[in-house]
Ligand binder design. Structure first.
Ligand SMILES: [Fe+2]
Ligand SMILES: [Fe+2]
Length: 231
């Protein structure tokens, strides 16, 4: 548990520092928003799409997933619009972002047959973890903006995305509980621990890459401001 706490704290302080650095740098902000866009259009959406495409999805769950996917599309639109205002075209996701999903699928594979409701439980458990991570990410960003730059147009965007992610995290977790039988709770606890381990392991690596990217963009903008380079 101690390692888990250390990992979480390391990720939080590295990312918080990167966010503060980004405040006066359009290039650094664009780098951060691009990462969010990968999450919205990549990991978050594909976990939900896998759930929607699974066999025997109960109608209540089908509706919930469709609503959430519509929210994710709205988030992506908001981020793309802000990126366009910042003059930044989107970049394709790096291999590391895709590797996390691959590892999650691999780590969860032994549990696909562990629940009477089917592999859908595994997909939803992954979605619940990714949504909870989204709540932490957007919550951290909003806290930094409210403390240092409350008037930044990004604050309203992040606030609106955060409200949805909080709802998504709650409803995915509730849906998992609804599908899992009482005698499957131990298997669910193991599955959740595996998913959380993969999520945390990638957290530190991704956070360091993120810090370096944001720092290099912020530095470039500061250098340009001082007129030290031509562009
Ligand atoms: Fe989202
Ligand atoms: Fe979400």
């Amino acid at each position: 548990m101690l390692l888990a706490q250390l990992q979480r704290r390391a990720v939080d302080s590295i990312k918080r520092h990167a966010l503060v650095m980004s405040l006066r740098s359009p290039r650094a902000q664009a780098a951060i928003l691009t990462e969010y866009l990968w999450g919205e259009e990549g990991a978050e959406s594909s976990a939900l799409q896998n759930t929607a495409a699974a066999e025997a999805v109960p109608p209540w769950l089908g509706k919930l997933v469709a609503r959430q996917l519509a929210d994710e599309a709205r988030h992506a639109q908001l981020l793309r619009a802000r990126l366009a205002e910042l003059g930044a075209p989107g970049r394709p996701p790096p291999a590391l972002a895709k590797a996390k999903l691959w590892w999650l699928e691999r780590a969860c594979a032994p549990y696909r047959g562990a629940f009477a409701a089917g592999p859908i439980v595994v997909m939803l458990a992954v979605a619940a973890q990714l949504e909870a991570t989204g709540v932490r990410v957007f919550g951290r960003h909003l806290a930094v903006l409210e403390e240092h730059a409350a008037g930044d147009p990004l604050a309203a965007i992040v606030r609106s995305i955060l409200a949805d992610e909080q709802r998504h995290a709650r409803s995915c977790a509730a849906a998992v509980e609804k599908l899992v039988h009482p005698d499957e709770q131990a298997a669910l606890a193991e599955l959740r621990a595996r998913i959380a381990r993969v999520d945390r392991a990638f957290g530190v690596t991704i956070a360091l890459g993120y810090w370096l990217l944001v720092a290099s963009r912020a530095l470039r903008d500061r250098t340009v401001e001082r007129g030290e380079v031509a562009s």
